[in-house]
Ligand binder design. Structure first.
Ligand SMILES: Cc1cc2nc3c(=O)[nH]c(=O)nc-3n(C[C@H](O)[C@H](O)[C@H](O)COP(=O)(O)OP(=O)(O)OC[C@H]3O[C@@H](n4cnc5c(N)ncnc54)[C@H](O)[C@@H]3O)c2cc1C
Length: 331
């Protein structure tokens, strides 16, 4: 590991000041991803600003019924919080499907949003070609072992996937990410927070290096109480998603779909909001045929590679299965 300086931030403004103008400095949350990457030589910051003592761990309902989750709330605390379990079950389930209890006790919401891809080529600095780790060096996964890689939104520069479970539920919920930087606070809609790879796969998010995530706001969305997160993976526990689906349905008394939210994980460089599927669902009867046609629509533009084409059919079936589960839930 490279030598690095360490300091503890006392408040958000001081944290931002400590890092401002220093692109090689990083905030330290739970450290469960950053420290691993530093040990492997993938990340080489020369300074860490520890934000763990900031008062940003609250989970609270706002007067307008939105729920605000502080950036330092631990993944386990969010998953087990009554407001989250009852109003946004897919978010609780997504969090509980990730990592292990010990990791969830350390991992923060801010760090989860900015965790890096699990692409093998990114994780191995001995491997020369990775545009995400070393811009301009190529993509080892394109013609390499790409079993866990993207089938939607990818570019010739990068076919890595975003690994987070939590973020898939946040994408379906249209969460808002609240950040503070040298010029004050701003809000970023979840759709605009993470990036597709394009020609700059080294950039995962639309966040400046000196911007601190302070909270995530969840909209008051009563129908999200009827939601589910499905994660398909190699092992039943302690494995990243090959494909995952977060879905919520707003149904009328006749089981017609008034509104729908669907997002996918494990298929793209960012949590993938399934706009085409949602369009097919709204106004239709909630049944197997509708769900299958929504899944077909979403995956129409998918492109597989040598080892990951299986994900296209897997994603279709996972969408239909999740929607079936949600439709069967009692509201
Ligand atoms: C063995 C293992 C298995 C795992 N399995 C899963 C899984 O199945 N599903 C899943 O979703 N995740 C999984 N994870 C990943 C885990 O969820 C992340 O490591 C964790 O969420 C990162 O949070 P952290 O607080 O530890 O972040 P850190 O490691 O501290 O930071 C990660 C990044 O975020 C930045 N950062 C942190 N907080 C802020 C902030 N407030 N503002 C701005 N920047 C910030 C840091 O500078 C760093 O770049 C696994 C991890 C491990 C080690």
């Amino acid at each position: 590991m490279n030598p690095f300086a360490y300091s503890r931030a006392t408040d958000p403004t001081q944290a931002v000041t400590a890092i401002s103008g220093k692109p090689h400095s990083k905030f330290l949350g739970g450290g469960t991803n950053l420290i691993d990457l530093m040990k492997m030589g993938v990340e080489t910051p020369n300074e860490l600003v520890d934000i763990n003592r900031l008062s940003l761990a609250q989970i609270e309902e706002l007067p307008d019924k939105r729920v605000r989750i502080g950036a330092l709330a631990r993944n386990s605390d969010v998953a087990e919080h009554e407001l989250i379990k009852t109003r946004y079950p897919m978010l609780s389930q997504a969090l509980l499907s990730g990592a292990s209890p010990q990791l969830r006790n350390m991992a923060t919401v801010g760090g989860n949003l900015l965790q890096r891809t699990r692409c093998y080529y990114f994780y191995d600095p001995a491997f020369p070609a990775c545009n995400k780790r070393k811009p301009g060096s190529g993509c080892g996964a394109l013609d390499g072992y790409n079993r866990i890689h993207a089938i939607l939104g990818q570019s010739e520069q990068c076919i890595a996937t975003h690994p987070s479970d939590m973020c898939v539920a946040l994408a379906a919920l249209d969460a808002i990410v609240r950040v503070v930087g040298p010029n004050g606070e701003r809000e970023i809609g979840f759709r605009d927070f993470h990036r597709l790879p394009g020609n700059t796969p080294d950039r995962d998010a639309n966040l400046a290096s000196d911007e601190l995530i302070i909270a995530v706001d969840l909209p008051a969305m009563p129908f999200a109480a009827r939601s589910h997160y499905l994660k398909v993976r190699d092992r039943a526990s302690y494995a990243f998603a090959l494909v995952s689906v977060a879905a919520a349905l707003d149904l009328d008394a006749n089981k017609n779909i008034k509104d729908a939210r669907v997002a996918l994980g494990g298929v793209a460089h960012k949590p993938w909001r399934a706009n085409a599927a949602e369009k097919k669902l709204i106004g239709q009867e909630a049944n197997e045929k509708t769900f299958q046609s929504a899944a077909e629509a979403e995956l129409a533009a998918a492109k597989g590679y040598k080892y990951n084409s299986y994900k296209i059919e897997l994603a279709k079936r996972s969408i239909a299965r999740t929607l079936n589960i949600v439709a069967e839930m009692t509201s």
